[in-house]
Design a protein around this ligand. Structure first.
Ligand SMILES: NC(=O)c1ccc[n+]([C@@H]2O[C@H](COP(=O)([O-])OP(=O)(O)OC[C@H]3O[C@@H](n4cnc5c(N)ncnc54)[C@H](OP(=O)(O)O)[C@@H]3O)[C@@H](O)[C@H]2O)c1
Length: 240
């Protein structure tokens, strides 16, 4: 089943970030009828025709419920907000970082999907979760981030099964490295946010359920299919 962006009413979280801004511009260019761009700092949101800024911390039940009552006509929810503290499991003083990554990367897309379910079911719309290739395999240098994205991949699969009978598509995007604030300290080849947004939306419009975005993600996914243990050992050695 394909779903064109043209004419859709999009809600995007983390719209102040590198990929969020690129996705906002890309859905506008593909003819979205309306875009709710949500972020914690409304003054940093794109001020463009057809873009409605919404103040939203995705970890707040209250703010998410408020956003859902304003944006009650959404047909495509893009759960894009994310956090990566580049933390290993053992080198942090307590569990605070791991908890925050789980809150933003796993609990928030769950909270958002539950809050926006009604208009999505009514419109037979879609949820697009922005995960990461590292949802499929742990990179110990950012172990707790990977664990939170793995939880979000499982969430995506479960929601897909639960919402399919109600006509709602649930899609995962699994990009490799993108040149944004999130990867500022990572010295690897990176896509531009515009390239990543185009790859994500091409896959979404083509009806893919798991969209591998960029050369890094596609080649790692192929190697995971042929020899997952070799990839695990390579990432454990600090290479990506
Ligand atoms: N960059 C990469 O290499 C890469 C690769 C694969 C997947 N991804 C995923 O792509 C998504 C976007 O990340 P990015 O690369 O664009 O990084 P980014 O530039 O750091 O943007 C992250 C966005 O998430 C927002 N956010 C964080 N915590 C939030 C909260 N509690 N409530 C609301 N918004 C919150 C940030 O808002 P503030 O501006 O208020 O902090 C920002 O808008 C993330 O889910 C990330 O995991 C990124």
């Amino acid at each position: 089943m394909t779903l064109p962006i043209k004419g859709s009413i999009v809600f995007i979280t983390g719209a102040t970030g590198g990929l969020g801004q690129a996705l906002t511009a890309a859905v506008a260019a593909r003819g979205a009828a309306k875009i709710y761009a949500a972020g914690r700092d409304v003054s940093a949101l794109a001020n463009a025709p057809g873009v409605i800024p919404i103040r939203l911390d995705v970890t707040s039940d209250h703010e998410v419920d408020q956003a859902a009552s304003i944006a009650n006509d959404v047909t495509l929810l893009i759960n894009n907000a994310g956090v990566n503290h580049n933390a290993t499991f053992m080198r942090t003083s307590d569990l605070q970082i791991a908890r925050e990554e789980m809150e933003v990367n796993y609990f928030a897309p769950l909270r958002m999907t539950r809050a926006f379910a009604s208009p999505l079911i009514q419109s037979r719309g879609a949820v697009l979760n922005i995960l990461a290739l590292l949802a499929r395999i742990n990179f110990p240098l950012m172990g707790s981030y990977c664990a939170s994205k793995a939880a979000a991949l499982s969430l995506t699969q479960g929601l897909r099964g639960e919402l399919a009978p109600k006509g709602v598509r649930v899609v995962a995007a699994l990009p490799g490295a993108i040149d944004t604030r999130l990867t500022a300290d990572l010295d690897v080849p990176k896509m531009t946010p515009a390239e990543a947004a185009a790859g994500i939306l091409d896959g979404f419009e083509a009806g893919e359920e798991e969209i591998y975005v960029g050369e890094m993600a596609r080649s790692l996914a192929e190697r995971l299919a042929s020899d997952a243990k070799a990839v695990e050992r390579e990432l454990a050695s600090g290479l990506i």
